[in-house]
Design a protein around this ligand. Structure first.
Ligand code: PRP
Ligand code: URA
Length: 208
């Protein structure tokens, strides 16, 4: 799929195995997810444009660089929160918006319950964060919502995807690049990614 970039790295494969393991407790799950998010942030931003500025070192003046685009990070509540700090480690000046969505477990359709965004979304590069891309309902709805609020440059960052979800987001939003660490085999009858890692929000917050 041409919209999809797989972030593959030995440290991510190791940490994904920790996240998949049913015996991993909530604390280890959170710290591992945060570490993976930092590595993902490094890759998702690898082609960002820079502008130059003059920097005075203690010895002389030289060329320095700043990111050209203003960055806005938008986690999808709840599970996207688990990725935020890892991204802020590398993007300390980013502003943070929030979208609250949960999936109706019967219809599998997303239900929106909260949103708050920084100003001038249209001028920013928006990094939408959600560790799970299953049916793609939540991701597609979150992207549509961001566009409605004026966002024009959006990247969707997920840890673990199902093929069905990647196809749905890519067909509804062909302008949005999707980054994922892995695409798993399929969705099961209840819309869970298999082999997957279970319910990400529950594992982050201990609500299983
Ligand atoms: C999870 C996950 C995504 C969504 C993915 O959230 O964080 O937002 O499911 O599923 P989809 O691609 O089929 O829409 P959930 O609805 O479990 O809410 P939570 O994060 O509050 O637990
Ligand atoms: N949401 C999750 O947290 N996990 C899945 O496998 C599917 C949706």
């Amino acid at each position: 799929m041409k919209n999809l970039t797989i972030i593959d790295h030995p440290l991510i494969r190791r940490d994904l195995s920790v996240l998949r393991n049913r015996r991993t407790d909530n604390h280890l799950f959170r710290t591992t997810l945060r570490r993976v998010a930092s590595v993902m942030a490094f890759h998702v931003t690898s082609d960002l444009a820079l502008t130059t500025e003059r920097v005075a070192t203690p010895l002389e003046t030289t060329t320095g660089y700043v990111l050209r685009d203003d960055i806005v990070i938008v986690p999808v509540l709840r599970a996207g929160l688990g990725l935020v700090d890892g991204f802020l480690d590398f993007l300390p000046d980013a502003r943070v918006g929030h979208i609250g969505l949960y999936r109706n477990e019967k219809t599998l359709e997303p239900v929106e319950y909260y949103s708050k965004f920084p100003r001038s979304l249209g001028k920013s590069l928006v990094l939408l964060l959600d560790p799970m891309l299953a049916t793609g309902g939540s991701g597609s709805a979150a992207i549509a919502f961001l566009k409605q609020k004026g966002a024009t440059k959006i990247r969707f960052v997920t840890l673990l995807a199902a093929p069905e979800g990647v196809r749905r987001v890519a067909s509804r939003h062909p302008d949005v690049r999707i980054f994922s660490c892995v695409v798993d085999r399929k969705l099961n009858a209840r819309g869970y990614i298999v082999p997957g890692l279970g319910d990400a929000g529950d594992r982050i917050f201990g609500t299983e």
